[in-house]
Ligand binder design. Structure first.
Ligand code: 13P
Length: 249
């Protein structure tokens, strides 16, 4: 699976070029799933271009509330109305700058599932935590916040993504071995609680994934795909990652 997180980028003309090219050039390579998470104002455009194609789309965040006095927020039914199948929850940029906490991300994971959306739940440590050897402690704490909220079986309704903060937007992707170790560790943690779920749940890696490192990452046994930021802004780069995923499947 390859997910584009377009973050706060794009405009109507460049989105159109990107989405149409993505549909056309992945048409014959559908062994992987492709998702584009757009800024909210462009969800209608994504829906117009992508409905009736093999590409899915989603939001980058959502409120835990269904409606009401929450200025600037977007509710699960609104995402659904614009055809979203997925929503990113707990991205580190929102944890750092948007006041997302372990508790609020766990709650919104549950709300997303109950609203019929598939949450793409992000976990990852900062550079300081990485240097302190705290990767496992931090990611498990973040994952346990969801398990606490929804129970281990509830994880089945979502997708997990390990995104080390130090690899996001830096051009310094985690080595495939490091990413594999962390994803293997997370899967092992789930396995203790539910072995079948551990086998089936998708876990993605994100952080400076590009067309050059994608194949090596996808070759790792526990890496089920990628969450892609910067490289999703370049259609050729992103399509090359999609094709790498399709060929790896
Ligand atoms: P980059 O691919 O730019 O490192 O961003 C990764 C990311 O944050 C995806 O959610």
């Amino acid at each position: 699976m390859v997910v584009a997180n377009r973050k706060m980028n794009g405009d109507i003309p460049s989105n159109q070029l990107f989405l149409e090219k993505l549909v056309a050039e992945t048409q014959l390579h559908q062994q992987a799933d492709y998702v584009v998470c757009m800024p909210h104002p462009y969800l209608y455009q994504a829906q117009s271009i992508l409905e009736h194609t093999h590409i899915h789309w989603g939001g980058q965040n959502m409120s835990r509330y269904q409606s009401g006095a929450h200025t600037g927020s977007v509710s699960p039914p609104m995402l659904k109305e614009f055809g979203c199948k997925y929503v990113i929850i707990g991205h580190s940029e929102r944890r750092m700058h948007g006041h997302d906490t372990d508790l609020s991300t766990g709650e919104r994971f549950e709300v997303a599932v109950k609203s019929g959306l598939i949450p793409i739940f992000c976990m990852g440590e900062t550079l300081e935590e990485y240097e302190d050897g705290a990767t496992d402690i931090v990611t498990i704490r973040q994952l346990n916040a969801v398990i606490h909220e929804i129970g281990v079986q509830g994880l089945a309704g979502g997708i997990l993504a390990y995104e080390p903060v130090w690899a996001i937007g830096t051009g310094k992707a985690a080595t495939p071995e490091h990413a594999q170790n962390v994803l293997g560790f997370l899967r092992g943690h789930i396995e203790i609680l539910d072995a079948e779920l551990a086998q089936n749940i998708r876990i993605l890696y994100g952080g400076s994934v590009n067309s050059l490192n994608a194949k090596q990452l996808f070759d790792m046994p526990d890496i089920d795909g990628a969450l892609v930021g910067t490289a999703s802004l370049n259609p050729e780069e992103f399509i090359a990652i999609c094709l790498a995923a399709s060929n790896a499947s």
